[in-house]
Design a binder for this molecule. Structure first.
Ligand code: AMP
Length: 181
C-alpha cells in the first residue's frame, strides 16, 4: 500500500518493529530500521519533518547518535543547513566539548566537535525517539555550552508515558513528534 492510501502515522506504527526485552529485560525497543527499507515512507517522513520546521528559522540540525543521524541528515539536506553529529564519548576524532548525564544506572557522556555549533545558531535537536529525555537534554546542554539557541526538538517517536517532554521544557517547549505511544 502506498504512503498516501494509509495515513502516515498508521504506516509508521505498522512498520516499526517492537523488540521485547532489548537491550534488557522489560524494555520494548521500538526498532525503526524497517522504515529505512521503505524508500517512499522514509521520504514522506523527511518531508513531514521539513514541513513542520518550515516556519522556524533553523541554522543547524544537531542529530544524536546513532539513529538521530538518519533523518537528522535528511532534514538538514532538505533545509540546506549544516548537520552536526552528537556522539558518545570517544568517537569524534577532533577536539570536543562534552556533557555527562545521569542514566538509570550510572552516567553517560556525549560530545560534539568544539567548532561545529557556532555561537548564536538556532538549533533543532533531533533523535529517532524520545524516552526519558535524558539524552536530548544532554544534547541541549552542549548547544547551550556553545552559546547557541535550542529552538526546538524533533523526534519520529515520543514515548509519552515516560514524560520526557516535561524535561525538555526547560530548553524549549517546541517539541515535535510524529508518532506518540
Ligand atoms: P532517553 O535518554 O531515555 O530519552 O533515551 C533516548 C535514546 O535511547 C534515544 O537515542 C533512543 O534511540 C533510545 N531509546 C530509549 N528507549 C528506547 C526504546 N524503547 N526503543 C527504541 N529506542 C530507545
Amino acid at each position: 500500500m502506498s504512503v498516501k492510501k494509509k495515513s502516515l502515522k498508521a504506516q509508521i506504527r505498522s512498520t516499526i518493529r517492537d523488540v521485547h526485552d532489548f537491550p534488557k529485560k522489560g524494555i520494548v525497543f521500538k526498532d525503526i530500521t524497517p522504515i529505512l527499507e521503505n524508500t517512499a515512507l522514509t521520504r514522506t517522513i523527511t518531508l513531514e519533518f521539513v514541513a513542520s520546521l518550515k516556519q522556524e528559522k533553523v541554522d543547524a540540525i544537531v542529530g544524536i547518535e546513532s539513529r538521530g543521524f538518519f533523518w537528522g541528515l535528511l532534514i538538514a539536506q532538505e533545509l540546506k543547513v549544516p548537520f552536526i553529529p552528537v556522539r558518545k564519548k570517544g568517537k569524534l576524532p577532533y577536539k570536543t566539548i562534552s556533557h555527562a548525564y545521569e542514566l538509570e544506572y550510572g552516567t553517560a557522556e556525549i560530545e560534539v566537535h568544539e567548532d561545529a555549533i557556532k555561537e548564536g545558531m538556532n538549533v533543532i535537536v533531533h533523535d529517532d525517539l524520545l524516552a526519558t529525555g535524558g539524552t536530548a537534554c544532554a544534547a541541549a546542554e552542549l548547544v547551550l555550552k556553545r552559546k547557541a539557541n535550542v529552538i526546538g526538538f524533533s523526534f519520529l517517536v515520543i514515548l509519552t508515558f515516560l514524560m520526557g517532554e516535561e524535561k525538555l521544557k526547560g530548553y524549549s517547549t517546541n517539541v515535535k513528534g510524529i508518532v506518540r505511544y
